[in-house]
Structures are given as structure tokens and as C-alpha cells.
Design a protein. Structure first.
Length: 628
């Protein structure tokens, strides 16, 4: 066991430390920059020596520019130093004139500085070749401006130094360095930005393998046109493994193509009509087209990926809203037939969403509310944009509960034609319950406001309202309106002898007797004041009113008889009865005056009786009837 632990510890000790790599990552990149630029410099001079006047795809200046575009600007002096040193060392490794090497290396650095400073104006601005604007700037600055400036200087130097044609020197430099920048910079930027930890390589290794085979087959001979087969497999590598692997594959294509081309094989090989320079340019143009193609496809894939991410974001928001909203979200066609139901319906009504698809909204409405729901849905078609409706809806158990639905018609985004209905449904059962309680409370308050607190009959305010209403209606219809004015006989003396509580009980018995007699819907019994009560009898003639008055007195006698000699049973009442047929120009107080006069006569003639004044009578006593 100890040996095993020791072996494990020893194994862990020899593992690379990620912290160490992060600490020295800049130094590692500078070393890689030095060796890669040195290799590119040696390779360029080597191929120029092997094939006179030819230009290799890999440019040392373009490789250094790729490093600078990805590095922070405050580290550029270190990268410039590494790149310049690499070019000097690379030039020293080949046996060439130091003056020539100095001129070419200086021009390369000028070209790199122009492209770097113009493309990387801000330290946080990283290269983005899938962006059309950045790609135009790259072509303008790195592919054209840098090579043209440095090429112009070279043309002037070569014209003075070696009497070479200036235009040819400028053209060769611009074409070679411009194509090199167009190929190398995007390729190595894509490679440097890729970590190459893509596990998909284990599953999709077949595509890079076939790509290499096709490249060898295309450039090892020029009889069969295998060249076009390279492009679709390069796209497959891009789609399956990403831009970094596609750029790396392009370098492999360039290496294989260069190897066969400079040995006289393949579609770009030298012939009687094609010299080394033209052959090299054709090869570079093909590789540049490959790079351009993978970046164009990358732009399309990136846009597609952006659309998919936006759609996923929208879908996640939709799911978040629909799955967590207490309100039910429904979509229906213009006939009210559901096409979508959110999951909230299961918590609200017990239905599963799929059970309600293709069923009309009104189908689950209460039979009494179904017509209202259908009318509301039909009302959205002529042009009304939205509506609000409350109705009772059935749950899965068959029970009904109140819901509130907010309906809104939505239109097709392209044609503007109405295409469906959006419905937001919420349960308002609890709210309806509280509304009913509030309504009952308001009714109770209203009843308390118009009822006498002691007897429970209407109070004086309610009496005035009812009299005004019945007077107006009777005047309009020319129907008789009768009134009974009731007064407790000798109530003050009785109240003093039996007490106020007993007196209150007497008043309650009078009110109960009146309520028992005046039972028609329009009859109103009210407390007129103190020990006086009044009864309004609409559409009642004098004889009918007198009969109600007699019934009130009889009801009171019966209640008094149950008291068995109690002094409260001695309570009697006097009733004044009056009937008029109202005229529009008269006031309702006339009826009160007539009833009061009849009550006064009843009191004066001995109390405990009913006196009436017929509608055709005036106030003279000769026309009064004593109906005791």
C-alpha cells in the first residue's frame, strides 16, 4: 500500500503544472513566435533558391502579423523583437548577402507594422474575419496597403542599387506578400484561437483523412480533376470540427500542394507556358480561395448559430413564462378552437394540455355562460382587438368555478391578416367569493341606513324616498295612493309607568302588527317619529286601506292578549287613513296632512280607533268616517 501511494505521488509530481503554464504563457508564446518566424524565413529563402523567382505561401511577415493581432498592444515590443530576431537568425542560416537580408527584413517589419497598427487601433479589438467590415479593413490594410508601401520602397532601392525594373519589383512584392498575408494571417489566427481539445475528432477523423487523400490524389497527377473534391471535404471538416481544424487542414493542403507543385506535378505545375512565378501565384491563389471559402461558410454558420441561440433564448423564456405563470396561456383559431394550452391548466383545472387541444373555449363554459363566451369570440372577428370576460368554467371533476379571460386577436406578422386569438385565463373564484361577501355587506349597510334601529321597519329617510317615488308613479298612472298614520295612545304616560324598555317592546309590537298586515310588495311600513308609524299603500283605495288599518289593530290586540294582564298589554293605537289620487302639480305632503288630520280626529274622538278620509273629501269634519 505504501509503495502504491508513493508511486501515485511520484506520478502526480511529474504531471505538468497548469499554474506554471499560465505563469509563463507569454514567454512560451514568444519562443514559439521566434521559432515559427525563423522557420518561415528559412523556408521562403529555401524555396526561392530552389525555384528561381518563386514565392512560398507561408510568409514570415504574415505570421508575425498574426501574432501581433492576437497579442495585447503593450506586448508588441516583445513580439517585434522576437520576430525581428527570428528574421535575422533565419537570414543568417542561409548563405546570402547580409545587405540583402537587412533590406528585406526591414521592409518586412515595415509591412507588418502598417498592418498591425491600422488593424489593431484598440488593445481590446481582436481579429474577426467572419465580420464583413473587419474583412474589408484587413484586405485594405494588410493585403494591399502594407505590401504596396514596402514594395514601393523596395522598387526604389532595387532601381538604384541593381537597376532593376521598378514595376516588376513592386508587382512581385505586392503579389507575393499580399497573397501570403491573405492566406497566412487568417489561417494562423484561426489556429491560434483554437485550443484543439475537440473530442469530435475521435468521431469525425474520417473527414480530415479523406481530405488528405484527395489532396494527394489531386496534386500527384494532373489527368483526373480531383481538385474540386477538396473543397466539399474541407467544408465538412469545418462543420464537424470547427474553424481551427479547417484552417489547419488548409495548411496541410498547402504543404502537400507545394510539395508536388514544385516537383512538377499537379494542376499548377510548371510547364512551357507557365513559369515558376506564375505557378507559385496560382497555387497561392487556390489556397487563398480555400481560406476565403471556409471563412465565408463560417460566417453563414455563425449567423445560423446566432439565430439558433436567439431561438433557444426565446424558447427558454417562453418555457419559463408558460411553466411558471399562474395564468393559463391559450392560443386558439378564429373559431375559438384551442391550438395551444400552457401547463398551468393542469394546476388550475386538472386538465392535461393535450386534452384541450382542438376543443372550443366555450365547450367547458357553464351552460348559462356559453352564449356569452361565443358572442365575445365572434365579436373579435369584425375588428375588435381585445375583450375581457368572466364566466364559469368546468374542471376535470365536472365542477364549475369562476375564471376571467383576457382575449386578444393577433395577426400574421407578414400579411397583417387576423390569424388567431390569444387568451390569458386566471382563476377568480376567490375574488368572486370576496365580491359576494362585499355585496352582502354593502346590502346590509344599505339596509341599516334605511331601517329603524329599534323596530326594524323603514326609517324616516326611507319613508320620504318611497313616498316621493309612489307619489310620482301614482300621479303618472292616476291610481289611488293611501296612507295609514299610526300613533300609540297615551304612550308618554304608559312609558313613564312601565319603563322605557317596556315602552320599546310596545313599539316593536306595533311595528310587527303593521308588517304582518301590509304584505304586498309595494307596501312600506316606516317609523315616522317617536311613537308614530306610517304605512304607504300604493294602488290601494280607501276601503282597502281602512281594511289594512283594521287588520293592524286586530294584530296588536292579539299580541297584547298574550301578555296576561301585563301593563304592556294596555297599549292601544289610533290610526288615521287617507287616500288621494295624486296630481302632477301637487306635493306629496298633502297626503301626510290628510292622514294627520284623520289621526287627529281619531285621537280627539276617544283614541283606540281608526278614522278615514275618502279621496273625494276635503278636510271638513262632515265628510270624515269613524271606523272604530
Amino acid at each position: 500500500m505504501k509503495n502504491a501511494v508513493h508511486a501515485s505521488s511520484s506520478h502526480q509530481t511529474h504531471r505538468p503544472n497548469p499554474l506554471w503554464r499560465r505563469k509563463h504563457v507569454t514567454a512560451i508564446r514568444l519562443v514559439l513566435c521566434f521559432f515559427s518566424v525563423t522557420t518561415a524565413t528559412v523556408s521562403v529563402w529555401f524555396f526561392q533558391r530552389e525555384e528561381a523567382g518563386s514565392n512560398l505561401i507561408w510568409g514570415a511577415n504574415a505570421l508575425l502579423l498574426a501574432y501581433l493581432l492576437l497579442a495585447p498592444r503593450w506586448r508588441w515590443p516583445a513580439y517585434f523583437t522576437a520576430g525581428m530576431t527570428a528574421m535575422i537568425v533565419g537570414s543568417a542560416l542561409i548563405d546570402e548577402s547580409w545587405k540583402t537580408n537587412l533590406v528585406y527584413n526591414a521592409l518586412n517589419l515595415i509591412e507588418v507594422m502598417i498592418g498591425a497598427f491600422l488593424l489593431r487601433r484598440r488593445s481590446t479589438q481582436l481579429p474577426r474575419f467572419t465580420d464583413g467590415k473587419y474583412l474589408v479593413r484587413f484586405i485594405g490594410y494588410a493585403v494591399l496597403a502594407g505590401p504596396i508601401v514596402s514594395g514601393s520602397i523596395l522598387a526604389l532601392i532595387m532601381a538604384i542599387w541593381r537597376h532593376a525594373p521598378p514595376l516588376k519589383s513592386l508587382t512581385d512584392w505586392v503579389i507575393g506578400d499580399g497573397l501570403g498575408a491573405a492566406i497566412v494571417v487568417p489561417t494562423f489566427v484561426a489556429i491560434f484561437q483554437t485550443r484543439f481539445r475537440n473530442l469530435s475528432l475521435k468521431r469525425h477523423w474520417f473527414y480530415p483523412f479523406v481530405l488528405v487523400v484527395m489532396t494527394v490524389a489531386a496534386f500527384s497527377q494532373d489527368q483526373t480533376p480531383f481538385l474540386l473534391l477538396i473543397l466539399p471535404f474541407l467544408v465538412l471538416v469545418l462543420m464537424r470540427l470547427g474553424l481551427g481544424f479547417a484552417a489547419l487542414s488548409t495548411l496541410v493542403i498547402a504543404a502537400i500542394a507545394s510539395w508536388f507543385t514544385f516537383r512538377g506535378s499537379g494542376p499548377f505545375a510548371m510547364s512551357e507556358s507557365v513559369d515558376a512565378v506564375r505557378s507559385s501565384i496560382q497555387l497561392q491563389f487556390f489556397v487563398a480561395c480555400c481560406i476565403f471559402m471556409i471563412y465565408i461558410v463560417s460566417v453563414i454558420l455563425e449567423e445560423r448559430s446566432g439565430i439558433e441561440q436567439r431561438l433557444q433564448h426565446i424558447a427558454s423564456i417562453h418555457a419559463l413564462v408558460t411553466e411558471n405563470s399562474r395564468d393559463v396561456i391559450m392560443l386558439a383559431d378564429l373559431d375559438g378552437r384551442r391550438t395551444y394550452v400552457s401547463p398551468a391548466i393542469e394546476g388550475m383545472k386538472g386538465w392535461r394540455p393535450e386534452e384541450l387541444i382542438d376543443r372550443k373555449i366555450s365547450e367547458l363554459a357553464h351552460p348559462d355562460d356559453r352564449a356569452k363566451v361565443e358572442d365575445t369570440i365572434r365579436g373579435l372577428r369584425p375588428g375588435s382587438e381585445d375583450a375581457m370576460i368572466e364566466y364559469r368554467s368546468q374542471n376535470r371533476k365536472g365542477e364549475y368555478s369562476w375564471v376571467e379571460a383576457s382575449l386578444r386577436m393577433f395577426r400574421d406578422t407578414k400579411t397583417g391578416i387576423p390569424s388567431g386569438i390569444l387568451s390569458l385565463v386566471r382563476d377568480i373564484t376567490e375574488r368572486k367569493h370576496h365580491e359576494e361577501l362585499l355585496l352582502k355587506a354593502n346590502q346590509t349597510l344599505e339596509e341599516l341606513a334605511i331601517a329603524d334601529a329599534l323596530t326594524g321597519v323603514a326609517n324616516r329617510r326611507r319613508f320620504d324616498e318611497c313616498l316621493a317615488h309612489e307619489w310620482s308613479r301614482s300621479a303618472r298612472l292616476q291610481k289611488p295612493l293611501s296612507m295609514l298614520l299610526i300613533d300609540a295612545d297615551s304612550f308618554k304616560q304608559l312609558n313613564d309607568s312601565i319603563g322605557h324598555l317596556a315602552g320599546d317592546r310596545c313599539l316593536k309590537r306595533i311595528a310587527e302588527a303593521a308588517m304582518e298586515a301590509a304584505t304586498r310588495p309595494g307596501d312600506v311600513v316606516a317609523r315616522f317619529g317617536g311613537d308614530e308609524f306610517v304605512v304607504i299603500l300604493p294602488n290601494t283605495d280607501n276601503l282597502g286601506a281602512a281594511e289594512v288599518g283594521r287588520q293592524i289593530r286586530a294584530n296588536l290586540y292579539r299580541r297584547n292578549a298574550t301578555l296576561n294582564g301585563n301593563p304592556e298589554g294596555l297599549m292601544t293605537i289610533s290610526v288615521g287613513c287617507a287616500t288621494v289620487i295624486p296630481k302632477p302639480e301637487e306635493q306629496s305632503t298633502i297626503l301626510i296632512q290628510i292622514a294627520d288630520e284623520a289621526l287627529y280626529i281619531a285621537k280627539r274622538t276617544g283614541r283606540d280607533r281608526l278614522c278615514t278620509i275618502p279621496p273625494e273629501s276635503t278636510l271638513p269634519q262632515s265628510k270624515l268616517n269613524d271606523l272604530s
